[in-house]
Design a protein around this ligand. Sequence first.
Ligand code: ADP
Ligand code: MG
Length: 697
Amino acid sequence: MSKPVCIPELFGTDVFNESTMKQYLSAEAYGAWKHCIENDNPLTLDVANEIAEAMKLWATEKGATHYTHWFQPMTGITAEKHDSFITPVGEGKVIMEFSGKELIRGEPDASSFPSGGLRATFEARGYTAWDPTAFAFVKDGSLYIPTCFFSYTGDALDKKTPLLRSIDEVSREAVRILRLFGDLDTKHVRVSVGAEQEYFLIPKSFYAQREDLRLTGRTLFGATPPKGQELDDHYFGTIRTRVSNFMRDLDEQLWRLGVLSKTKHNEGAPCQHELAPIFTDASNACDANQLIMMVMKKCAAKHDLVCLLHEKPFAGVNGSGKHNNWSLCTDAGKNLFNPGKTPRQNAQFLVFLAAFIKGIDEYQELLRCSVAFAGNDHRLGAHEAPPAIISIFLGDELTAVVDSIINGANYKDPEKSLMRVGVDVMPVLPKDTTDRNRTSPVAFTGNKFEFRMLGSSQSIADPNIALNTIMAEELRGFAEILENAEDFDATLQKLVCDTLTAHQRIIFNGNGYSEEWQQEAARRGLSNLSSTAKALPTYISQKNIDLVTKHGIFTEDEFHARYEIYMEAYNKLINIEARTMVDMVMHQILPAAIRYSSDLSDGIIRKQNATGGAVTAKTEVSLVSRISQRIDSLYEKIETLYSDLKSVPAETDRAMAYYSDVVVPAMAEIRKDADFLEKLTAKSYWPYPTYSDILFY
Ligand code: ADP
Ligand code: MG
C-alpha cells in the first residue's frame, strides 16, 4: 500500500481556483474578477496584470517554468504551446515574468489547425483569449490557461467559443420562462453536465506490436477469440491490480486538477473500464472531460499500459462511448427538470419538458450530426449502443402523465377529465426505475436527460452546443407565446398539450435495439441516419443554419467550416485506415501466411520422400490449399483497394460518399480474408498479438 492521502487537502491543489485567488490576490482584484464573471464584464489591464503576477507566483511555487494558452481547436482534442516565464535582465541573468497581456491574449500560429476555409492561407495568425470563467491549473511544469481560439477576422476556430455562446443563449431564454412563473431572482440558468467516460486499457507491449492500433487507434484485423464477453464476467468485476494501481494514480492526478472523479468500474468488454465525474457546469465539464482523456493516456503510459479511447478498438466486443447527463439549474441551485411538489412547479417543469421534447423532435438531425464521425459509425445501431434513430425514453410514469395531458384522460382517476397543467399535482417520479432502458439514445433519468450516443473519443462540446441551442430556441418560442398571453393558465395548458401532441412521435420507451423499432420509427417519420456519410449532409440544412445563426452560436461561415472539417476528418481517417490495411497485409499478413504455407509444402514433400510416397499428408495439403485460396483472394482485394484509393473524388462531400460506399465495404471484405488466414496460420508465424493475447492477458 502506498501512503494514505488526504483527499480534501489534495483536491484542487494544482488549480488556481477561487480559494487560491483569495489567498494570492488583493481584495480589489479578486472582487473585480468575481464581478467580471458574474456580469460578463471585461477586466481592466491593471487587474489582469495583478492576476497574471499572482498566477505566476503561485505556479512557480508549484515548480512551473512555463505557461501555455490551452485551447480546443476543431480537431476535438486540445492544443498547447509552451512559453517559459524567463525574461533577460542583462549581465546574462533572467527573471520570471508574466504580464496581464500575456494572460489575456496569445497568438499561436493557426495554420496547423483545421479552419474549414475560415482562415485565408495568407493570414495564418490565430488568437487565443483567456476565458476567466475557467480556472488555470499547473500540469507537467506548465501553467495552463484555458482560452478560446479565433481567427484574425474574429471567427471562432474552436469548440469552446460556440459552447460558451450556447450556454448564454439557453440561460437567457430559460430566465424568461422563469420570470413568467414569478421567479424574479434567478439571474443565470446554468447547464449542468456529467459525462461518463468509457475506455480500454491494454499492455503497452502488445500495442507497440500492432501498427493498426498505433496508427488508427483501433484494430483493423483480428479473428474472434474463443472467449469474448459472453460470460458477462467483466462488468463490475474485480479490478486487476495493475489496473487498480492505474486508477488510483489517475484519480489522484485528476483530484489535484480539481476534476470531480467519482465512480470507477469495469465495463462490459474485457479490458474496458469507466470513469464518471460528478456533474458540473457545461463549460467546466467540457474542460474536465478533455483533462480526463489526456491524463488517462499519460497515466496509462506510466503503468506500462495504453489507454484506448477509440469507439471500437476491437470488433466483436463492446465499444466505448460517453453518456452525457444534461440538465438546467438556476444560479440558486434549483434543477429545472425536477418535477417539483406544487402544481405551479409541475407546470413549470412541464414547460421545460415540452420544450425539450419539441426541440429533440424538430432537430433530430442536428443532434445526430453532433455524434457523427468515423469511429462512432462502428457503434451506433450495433446492439451495444443506441440506434442511429433519435428518440426519447421518458419512463412509464412520466409517459403516463404526458399521455393524460394529450388524451385528456386523467392519470390518477379515469373518471376525471384530464390532467390540468398548473392545477393538478403530478405523481412522484421514481428516480431509479426511469433509467433502466439502456437502449435509448436520450433518456429522462429522474431530473436530467442522458444523451447516450456520444463516442468515447469525442469532445463533449458539440453535443452540448446542440442541446443548449435547441433548448434555447424552443424556450424562446414558448416565452414569446406566454409573455403575450391574455389568459396565462389557458395559454399554458394549450401550449403544453399542443406541443406534446405534435411531438409525441419522438417518445419511445421500448427496445431501441429491436428490428421492430426500425420499422416503427420509419412509420413515425423519424430520421434514421445510419452512418456519418448519411448524417453530415443534413448538418447544413437551412433549418439548422437558421437555428444557429439566429442564436448567434455560429455565423453561417463558422457553421460551414465545421461541416467541411467533419467531412475532412472522416475522409482522412478512412484513408489512413485503408492505407494501414494495405501496409499490414503486404508487409505482415501475406508474408506470414505465405511463409507458413510454403513451410507446410516443404513438409509435405519431405514426408512423401521419407515414406516413398506412402504418406499423403492429407491435413497439410488441405491447409495449404485453403490458405492459398485466401492468400489469392486477399491479394486481389488489396490490389483493388489500392487502385480504389487512387480514384477518390477531389470534392470533400463526394469523397466522403466514396469512402463510405466504396472503401469502407472493401475494407470489411479484406478483413474477412485476413482474419480467416489468422485462424488457419500457426501462432508462431503470426506477426502481431491476437485478440486473445491482448484482451485476456
Ligand atoms: P448512472 O447513469 O450510471 O446510473 P448516475 O445517474 O448516478 O449514474 O449519474 C451519472 C452521471 O450523471 C454522473 O456524472 C452524475 O454526476 C451526473 N448527474 C447526476 N445528476 C445530474 C444532473 N442533475 N445534471 C447533470 N448531470 C447529472
Ligand atoms: Mg449513465
